[in-house]
Design a binder for this molecule. Structure first.
Ligand code: HEM
Length: 125
């Protein structure tokens, strides 16, 4: 039996939808106000960046790495003070985005705990 990667299970269109929905949720939720403010300094297309990062991280082609020359998320986050409050606000948006996109419970589970650990690793205070 071969195990499929989340990338194979989801496909890039759904991953793009998750990235877009995530930032739409961040624009809406009152709990996300603080992290919404810090994201407003980002000058590029952040939905596209998150999509590219997720494709590689979920087992697909390494397009984020190819386009930015980086794999690690420490650098883009280093100018922001990120602790548990910011992490939890980010994760609230992530979990809500997963609810809004039509994906199976199995895949949702694959996208919850590992992303919690990833978000935790981004904390810098
Ligand atoms: C833990 C809470 C997090 C906070 C508060 C946060 C905040 C931010 C902020 C403020 C930026 C804009 C950086 C800039 O000005 O260039 C950013 C960029 C980004 N974040 Fe996060 N982030 C968090 C977690 C995550 C996680 C878990 C992921 C991956 C799943 C992620 C992926 C990205 C990506 C791909 C970018 C764009 C980087 C680039 O421009 O190349 N972030 N984040």
């Amino acid at each position: 039996m071969t195990t499929k990667t989340p990338y194979q299970l989801l496909g890039k269109e759904i991953i793009y939808l998750i990235a877009c929905t995530f930032y739409d949720v961040m624009d809406e939720l009152p709990q996300a106000e603080k992290i919404r403010k810090i994201h407003s300094a980002h000058k590029g297309n952040i939905k596209q960046k998150l999509y590219e990062y997720l494709v590689g991280w979920l087992g697909g082609p390494s397009i984020y790495q190819d386009n930015t020359g980086a794999v690690c998320l420490t650098e883009p986050h280093k100018n922001y003070s990120i602790g548990e409050i910011e992490r939890d606000a980010w994760l609230t948006c992530w979990y809500e985005a997963l609810e809004r996109v039509d994906i199976s419970e199995e895949v949702k589970l694959m996208l919850k705990e590992p992303v919690f650990h990833l978000a935790n690793s981004i904390c810098n205070k």
